[in-house]
Design a protein around this ligand. Structure first.
Ligand SMILES: [Mg+2]
Length: 335
């Protein structure tokens, strides 16, 4: 129902603030709780102070919402399973080795389950799995604790760093990234579950193969890594890109997809080259049609369930997705 003030018409053109700024300041400090006496009597009863100094304006039925309708400005890419290391063998094998050294072997599936998160969190999550806890208890007569996690993580670091030296770019990734940079005028960012020391090794290896993103953010540079949004936001700052709707995040893991959605940007899952098909390019090519279908369907299922806006096979399928996001942004859609 329209307020008395609106019906009166005369106050609609009133240029003065609904409440003097000084009164709002006082209200914020909790000093002033009443509508100040100088407010025109015609407005009394129409203004509502809600929770502190928030003002409900009864003169309009509309609230203007600023909406981004420009194009994508940046693409933030994960590393393993997205642009390098098809099948994400390098960290998975390192996790298996570290647990084997403890005398509690884990399966490839157990090693891969928490993939995407900070590598120390990853080790902790493996130790929290029911089956691993049971095996650990059988071996040591107690359950794994934080000291065990720390010890294994310290063993994991050098092993992971040395294996990153031989990382191979995924077929077509270098060409696709340079194509989207040029064609869509995108800056390229990066996030990862690797720490800074690991990224330092990886960036040298990748650069030699022709891949150099415009910005690097590692898991140990933010308060919490995936699925939290901080690495995406730090990319936005370092790349000097806003708003968040102008960013697309691409990843092969569920937590990597959630990193994008929790940041508020577009989020794309890669099903074929990543952690859930879990095979290198030669192994994928050697699969029977049935086995390939089973694995790829499961991967699409996991990434879709994580909330991805799009799920595609590989980074090489990204250009039409970028076109589609640009079209959706132009028509008023947001992530
Ligand atoms: Mg990955």
């Amino acid at each position: 129902m329209l307020s008395k003030a609106v019906r009166a018409g005369s106050v609609l053109n009133c240029a003065r603030p609904l409440i003097p700024a000084t009164a709002i300041k006082l209200k914020r400090r909790g000093i002033e709780t009443k509508i100040p006496p100088e407010t025109p009597s015609s407005l009394k009863g129409d203004l509502k102070l809600v929770t502190g100094s928030s003002l409900f304006n009864p003169r309009t039925e509309y609230r203007m919402v600023r909406k981004y309708q420009g194009r994508l400005k940046a693409c933030i890419l994960d590393w393993a399973g997205t642009v390098v290391d098809c099948g994400v063998y390098s960290p998975a094998v390192a996790f298996i080795d570290v647990f084997a050294q403890e005398g509690v072997p884990i399966t490839m599936e157990e090693a891969r389950e928490p993939m995407g998160t900070h590598k120390k969190v990853h080790i902790r999550k493996i130790t929290e799995s029911e089956a691993v806890r049971k095996r650990w208890h059988e071996k040591f007569g107690r359950y794994p604790n934080e000291e065990d996690v720390e010890r294994m993580y310290q063993k994991f670091i050098p092993q992971q760093i040395s294996s990153l030296e031989s990382s191979q770019m995924i077929s077509g990734a270098v060409e696709t990234v340079s194509f989207i940079k040029k064609e869509f005028n995108l800056k390229i960012g990066s996030t990862t579950g690797f720490t800074s020391a690991m990224v330092d090794k990886l960036k040298t290896t990748a650069s030699k193969q022709g891949y150099t993103p415009d910005c690097y953010v590692a898991a140990d540079e933010v308060p919490q890594a995936r699925p939290h949004p901080y690495m995406v936001w730090l990319n936005a700052i370092r790349l000097d890109v806003n708003p968040i709707q102008a960013i697309v995040k691409v990843d092969d893991t569920a937590d990597g997809v959630r990193e994008g959605t929790s940041a508020g940007c577009w989020s794309v899952g890669l099903a074929k080259t990543g952690n859930y098909v879990a095979l290198n390019e030669e192994e994928i090519a050697a699969l029977s049609k049935e086995d390939y279908e089973r694995k790829i369907s499961r991967s699409y299922e996991i990434l879709s369930n994580a909330g991805a806006h799009y799920v595609i096979d590989t980074i090489n399928d990204l250009p039409p997705v970028i076109e589609d996001i640009n079209r959706r942004l132009a028509s008023g859609e947001n992530p």
